[in-house]
Design a protein around this ligand. Structure first.
Ligand code: FAD
Ligand code: EGU
Length: 472
């Protein structure tokens, strides 16, 4: 089928955009293109998840923050999604001895949201479907496409193949993108992919007496160096716990008793909450899942094709930004479409120019945080670091802004946030150096030239000090 318009200058007939992948980013992107009046065809390999009974896939819930919300807002979806999200105002750090310590994300209005992935995807698909110029094609798996003709070959559920042409192909088909395969054959295309040694496993913590088993408005974290667990709340009053651990270690835990022993050692407070029996059972329900980081550039191929979301940049989940960055891709592309009058031959290179440095920066940050967390982050270190960050921000609110604040609560370009972070580090280190120098220098002067102090007792000194405090 040829959906493409023959006359590229045609203004009466809008061009056809094929969005490949109807996941989170594909569904949102489809709304953006339809809102501009394009004829949009979405192709998704799976069946319609709104009809499917079991939804398999990655992580059950996700942390939605400012960038993602801004992108949803632009297509009028922010309120719908936020109303079904659970605000998380603080992290809750679980120590080995069971102590829980909250650390706020920021000021009162600053929080992130725990949202259900399947629900988010369904809502976005339904929103997309409200546009009369948009069509969702499920059970259409992209097999291949031709960079010469732009023709895409899809495999349908009935086993038949279908050829499709469009004016623009938008690859939103995830970390293992089939669209991206053709980019690899192009000259001067950069690509790298790194699997980290950790895998993850999801466990459900049921409600207790119909109530959340832990405080709901928190992102619960159990930092244990190599091992880490986090838990996000769901609307049904369960928590989804995600255990991160090296694959080697997963291999060492093969029996129910070993699971209990392992949790007894590292996450004892979670055992009664997940349930000792459920834990033994659920731990083996699915094998540990791998995590991959993918970077590439450019994101476009002539004026024909562009990559967004995980297809362009899969990041490890240690900053809670994968989806947020993918949503921001759509928003940035849309801004450039405004600036350059929807001229694909100008918009696509500009999108690559603007977006690559930022997506690479968040990929690097997420990887950096992974390395830092696994190397020496236990609960004490985590608490200490966050206290220092918050303290410096409070005493110098305009100079020192914590990195996660810029990443999570602003639309500061990711690469600018990294630059500023390095600059702040220099300021802090120079400040520390000054303090150290004054202490050393001051002590020397005090010893070398002891001041001629009047003979005064500690008690007298105290009363004088008190006098200073009173206003009269
Ligand atoms: P996907 O969600 O992978 O969607 C791709 C879609 O394309 C799928 O529907 C797939 O079926 C379809 N598809 C694939 N191949 C084809 C084909 N050949 N033809 C047609 N269709 C195809 N991000 C956050 O912002 N916050 C978080 O808290 C967070 N937590 C995470 C926790 C974990 C454990 C993991 C693994 C990731 C997390 N992420 C988080 C990242 C987030 O999941 C991804 O960034 C996000 O799902 C990317 O969306 P996407 O639409 O680009 O890709
Ligand atoms: C990992 C997996 C705490 C969901 C990074 C913080 C994450 C999420 C943090 C997952 C951490 C780590 C930040 C947010 C968020 C923290 C953040 C991580 C959501 C630096 C469902 N991370 N995540 N940083 O600050 O900025 O609380 O799977 F443990 S939300 Cl690893 Cl803000």
């Amino acid at each position: 089928m040829d959906y493409s318009t023959n006359d590229s200058k045609s203004t009466s007939k809008k061009k056809v955009v094929a969005v490949v992948g109807g996941g989170l980013v594909g569904a949102l992107n489809a709304c953006y293109f339809a809102k501009r009046g394009f004829q949009v065809e979405v192709f998704e390999s799976r069946e319609d998840i709104r009809q499917a009974k079991i939804v398999k896939g990655r992580s059950i819930n996700l942390a939605l923050s400012h960038r993602g919300r801004q992108a949803l807002k632009q297509v009028g979806m922010e309120d719908t999604i936020v109303s079904k999200g659970i605000p998380m105002h603080s992290r809750m750090i679980h120590s080995l001895n069971g102590t829980q310590s909250p650390i706020p994300y920021g000021k009162k209005g600053q929080y992130i949201l725990s949202v259900d992935r399947a629900n988010l995807n369904k809502e976005l698909l339904s929103a997309a479907e409200t546009y009369s110029t948009l069509k969702l094609n499920f059970a259409h798996k992209l097999l291949n496409w031709s960079t010469e003709t732009g023709a895409m070959t899809f495999l349908r559920a009935d086993g038949a193949k279908e050829e499709i042409l469009a004016d623009l192909i938008v690859g939103c088909d995830g970390a293992f993108s089939a669209i991206r395969k053709q980019f690899l054959r192009q000259s001067r295309f950069n690509f790298s992919q790194t699997y980290i040694p950790h895998g993850y496993l999801e466990l459900t913590m049921p409600p207790i007496n119909g109530e959340f088993a832990m405080k709901p408005n928190y992102l619960h974290i159990w930092p244990r160096n190599t091992f880490m667990m986090i838990a996000l709340p769901n609307l049904d009053k369960t928590f989804t716990c995600t255990l991160f651990m090296p694959f080697d270690e997963f291999e060492n835990v093969t029996t129910g008793d070993q699971v209990t022993e392992f949790f007894q050692k590292y996450f004892p407070d979670a055992i009664p909450l997940i349930g000792a029996d459920a834990l033994k059972r659920d731990y083996f329900r699915l094998p540990a899942q791998a995590m991959v980081s993918v970077k590439c550039s450019p994101y476009h191929l002539s004026d024909k094709c562009v990559l967004m979301g995980d297809a362009a940049h899969a990041v490890v989940p240690f900053y809670g930004q994968g989806m947020n960055a993918g949503f921001e891709d759509c928003l940035v592309f849309n801004e450039i479409m405004d600036q350059l009058n929807e001229d694909f031959s100008a918009v696509l290179p500009e999108y690559t120019r603007v977006r690559v440095p930022d997506d690479h920066a968040i990929a690097d940050l997420a990887m950096y945080n992974y390395v830092e967390m696994r190397s020496h982050v236990n609960s004490k270190w985590f608490l200490f670091r966050k206290y220092v960050d918050n303290f410096l921000h409070i005493i110098m609110p305009r100079t020192i802004i914590p990195l996660y604040t810029m990443v999570t609560f602003t639309r500061t370009r990711y690469h600018e946030a990294v630059k500023r972070w390095h600059w702040q580090d220099k300021v802090i280190n120079q400040g520390l150096l000054c303090v150290a120098a004054s202490v050393v220098g001051g002590s020397y002067l005090l010893v070398r030239y002891p001041p001629n102090m009047p003979n005064i007792s500690i008690e007298q000194l105290w009363t004088r000090l008190q006098a200073l405090k009173s206003p009269f």
